[in-house]
Design a protein around this ligand. Structure first.
Ligand code: COA
Length: 171
């Protein structure tokens, strides 16, 4: 049985991530989407909120489950018997970081192979940080996240006041 892991900080999960999950679910017998910690990121959403959003987004896929782990990812892959680690590539700019990550992971385990999937071209502009910024500024999120995630984002920023054109003084 081919089990693959798709890990990330998912702050929040975007349509770009969902596209990778959907395609991976057709390539492998089982996929586990794993909420993990990127030590260089401070997150907007709590661990629990991010996991809830992941669970909702993955519920429609029969062979996709959701897990979470705070430690060395390849160790977790070995523990659950996953030999594949999926990563999405949006543009060449992702490549350097992703290659370093894949090499670093390989120094820790030769049993786990990184598999790169090119992001759908129509979603190559999507990133969780753009989503957070657009949500804070009350922008249109339809092309970025699912309606469920949009609702959570709207709630998170409901208290934020923005200045719209025609509202008065613009510094
Ligand atoms: N479409 C659109 N956007 C995508 C995407 C896709 N297919 N794939 C990734 N992205 C975006 C994300 O939205 C995110 O955007 P942001 O930087 O603006 O927040 C960015 O690309 C990367 O996010 P993600 O895929 O969630 O990865 P990450 O860099 O947050 O997570 C971990 C990296 C968690 C997998 C990595 O740090 C890890 O393995 N941590 C565990 C500890 C460990 O073992 N470290 C490895 C040894 S150094």
């Amino acid at each position: 049985m081919k089990l693959a892991v798709y890990a990330g900080s998912f702050d929040p999960i975007t349509l770009g991530h969902e596209d990778i999950i959907k395609r991976a679910s057709k390539m492998f017998d089982k996929v586990q989407v794993v909420l993990a910690r990127n030590a260089s990121k401070t997150t907007l959403f709590s661990w629990g909120d991010r996991k809830d959003m992941l669970e909702k987004a993955c519920a429609k896929f029969k062979n996709v489950s959701v897990g979470d782990f705070d430690g060395l990812l390849v160790e977790y892959c070995e523990f659950i018997g996953a030999r594949f680690l999926i990563r999405g590539l949006r543009a060449v700019t992702d490549f350097e970081y992703e290659l370093l990550l894949a090499h670093a992971n390989r120094t820790q385990s030769t049993k786990v192979e990184t598999v790169f999937l090119p992001t759908h071209p129509e979603l190559s502009f999507v990133s969780s940080s753009t989503v957070r910024e657009l949500a804070r500024l009350k922008g249109d999120l339809k092309k970025f996240v699912s309606p469920d995630v949009e609702q959570v984002l709207r709630g998170k920023f409901s208290h934020v006041q923005t200045i719209r054109p025609g509202d008065g003084s613009h510094a």
